[in-house]
Design a protein around this ligand. Sequence first.
Ligand code: GLA
Length: 384
Amino acid sequence: MRAQQVRAGFVELYGTEPEGVWSAPGRVNLIGEHTDYNDGFVMPFALPHTAVAAVSRRDDGVLRLHSADVDGGVVELRLDELTPESDRDWTAYPAGVVWALREAGHPVTGADIHLGSTVPSGAGLSSSAALEVVVALALNDLYELGLQRWQLARLCQRAENVYVGAPTGIMDQTASACCEDGHALFLDTRDLSQKQIPFDLAAEGMRLLVVDTQVKHSHSEGEYGKRRAGCERGAALLGVDALRDIPYADLDAALARLGDDEEAVRLVRHVVTEDERVEKVVDLLKSGETRAIGPVLVAGHASLRDDFRISCPELDLVVDTAMSAGALGSRMTGGGFGGSAIVLADVADVDTVTKAVEEAFAAAGFTAPRVFEAVPSPGARRLV
Ligand code: GLA
């Protein structure tokens, strides 16, 4: 249905049929937050919400971009004039991908692109990664570049880091490119090795809710960069390449070496314990003890709130309220400072938990949250 809408939008704008239509999803992260730029573990899964792109090649060095979600006409850019950090709006994501492909030597000579996305933006659900990955996959197919999914994810990350100018890790792009229906993706961000972990909550009588607090994390970039720099400083103080290299068993000794460097202690403790939590969740899911992941999620939230200090009152209220109302587990997900939380609950408790969270938000005078069920969905693919 959406493929047809986006295809029709393309025909209306550009006057011809697109060569194809592709989609790429947003994601939620089950566990493993702020570990990806520390070479650690993450465990996202794809949402049913996707960015869809209708695309055709051009051979005249021109990139034309249009989004159904943004007011304004077609934006026309010349490929040889694409410059990092020059675009300040949504066009930076698709343009950055084209820039990254060309910079890596791939012969992309132009494109007409029409996009439409159902991934909520600013909600910590990777709407920008979805835009990047859908464009990368389309150009990979059309120009027959032969790049693998993980390579597309790396190029998209480069687009985001260098062209857009946001110092993010590799999780979101890899999730959008590589996730599979019905599975969570256990990803080692050091070498991008992956394991698809079956994650079918419905079969076990549970649901995973996403609660979008509607707090936009637009001011997060500076804080994100500070956390990243702080982690790198911690690794340097401990004499390792990345915090991933501190085994959980050595954590106490590592913290002792950091002495009274309170900030380094907090950041290192979060990252090392979070990697341990990802491994614990993987083990629990593999052994069929899905309900037991609940407390691990809650411990992850406490660590992000108290040690990494990237939560906010709205996210804390979701977690506290959901747990008091009978949820099995809950935590903030994504970069933090707003965005979304996840809630794991038995089917029978979903309505009670949802109502409790909505009422708590109303009582606190917060904007009403948007609550929806997240079902592990397919990664990026060609639709037409
Ligand atoms: C954002 C970034 C990711 C990751 C998360 C935190 O989503 O884009 O690379 O660092 O924050 O886990």
